[in-house]
Design a protein around this ligand. Structure first.
Ligand code: PEP
Ligand code: MN
Length: 337
């Protein structure tokens, strides 16, 4: 890291900073300029060291050089991580497509959707059994019954199951049925949950919190990686802005940015990212064009009667068309969908 001294820092204050750096077990390299002195600190950059130096008298600011997300960063791993779970592969040449209803509702609904999305080329089935709903009076999910139906759909179609986990104590039951644990946007900074999904050893789809910066998003991923679980996918699902023509604003520049700065695969969710069925296909195309490694799309056989998120769910026929259009874009980019 770099310690920038104030222009009027005294020699005594500079000497003190150099001494503190030595005490902290690091090496210092002061550079005295015409107007101010900066000190290059050589060694690890833990937060307590940064804070200790930032509070010393005469210090203007401390600038970290290394990423705070050590395990998620490209510095830590040059090769891209490929996440694999049965039929799903995300992060390699193949683009993974996770499709299905917002919530598992009935056997007919989930079987019909599973077969339709598999036929259209989806590589995993999504469906919430434990649902995070804004209102406690809304449908909360079929819970264990929903997990059993998802397992039955996997049996029938061979599709990997991606489903959300709401609480650390639910991880064992989810791990019995799911192939990928989804951590929802509202839980992105539920740190005990991040540790629990990490420790499960299962692949994780981590959704970006609607008010989280990219750095906070990556530090959340870091909690999972720190447990030794390397199978983490990042999911851009839109953020809250002043805009109200869409449910959330989908910032697609985060796709190439994340790929520049991390080795983790990036999935885009154009369903929650727009909140309108009519916008989903266009934003799915844009996500593939931006280089996304995967898509997560809400598909329902009868959106009008869906128990949750019907307004943003597309029909199986619309999904087939989405896949057709996205495949053409993927091909142009040398990727397989
Ligand atoms: C979902 O995938 O149905 C969901 C609740 O998503 P998010 O956490 O992104 O709101
Ligand atoms: Mn939903």
């Amino acid at each position: 890291m770099i310690v920038v001294m104030k222009p009027d820092a005294t020699d005594e204050q500079i000497r003190h900073v150099l001494q503190r750096i030595e005490e902290l077990g690091l090496k210092s390299h002061p550079i005295r300029g015409q107007y101010l002195t900066v000190v290059a600190v050589i060694g690890d950059e833990p937060e307590p060291v940064k804070q200790a130096l930032a509070t010393a008298e005469g210090v203007e600011k401390v600038l970290p050089v290394l990423s705070p997300y050590k395990l998620a960063s490209r510095e830590a791993q040059a090769d891209r991580t490929v996440v694999r779970a049965r039929s799903l592969e995300v992060g390699g040449a193949k683009i993974g497509v996770i499709a299905g209803p917002c919530s598992v509702e009935t056997r007919d609904q989930i079987m019909q959707t599973a077969e339709a999305v598999r036929e259209a080329g989806a590589t995993a089935l999504r469906g919430g059994a434990f649902k995070p709903r804004t209102s406690p009076y809304s449908f909360q999910g079929l819970k264990t019954k929903g997990l059993e139906l998802l397992a039955e759909a996997r049996e029938r179609t061979g599709l990997a199951i991606v489903t959300e986990v709401l609480a650390p104590e639910h991880v064992p039951i989810l791990a019995e049925f799911a192939d990928v644990l989804q951590v929802g946007a509202r839980n992105m900074q539920n740190f005990p949950l991040l540790e629990a999904v990490g420790e499960s050893g299962l692949p994780v789809l981590l959704k970006r919190g609607p008010a989280a910066t990219i750095e906070e998003f990556l530090l959340a991923a870091e909690y999972i990686l720190k447990t030794g679980n390397t199978q983490v996918m990042l999911c851009e699902r839109g953020i809250r802005t002043f805009e109200d023509h869409v449910r959330f604003t989908l910032p697609l520049a985060s796709v190439p940015w994340l790929q520049e700065h991390t080795h983790l695969p990036v999935v885009v969710d154009p369903s929650h990212g727009t909140g309108r069925a009519s916008l989903v296909t266009a934003m799915a195309r844009a996500a593939i064009a931006a280089g996304a490694d995967g898509l997560m799309v809400e598909v329902h056989p009868d959106p009008e009667h869906a128990w949750s998120d019907g307004f943003q769910s597309i029909t199986p026929a619309q999904f087939r068309q989405l896949m057709h259009e996205c495949r053409a874009i993927a091909q142009t980019l040398g990727r397989i969908l």
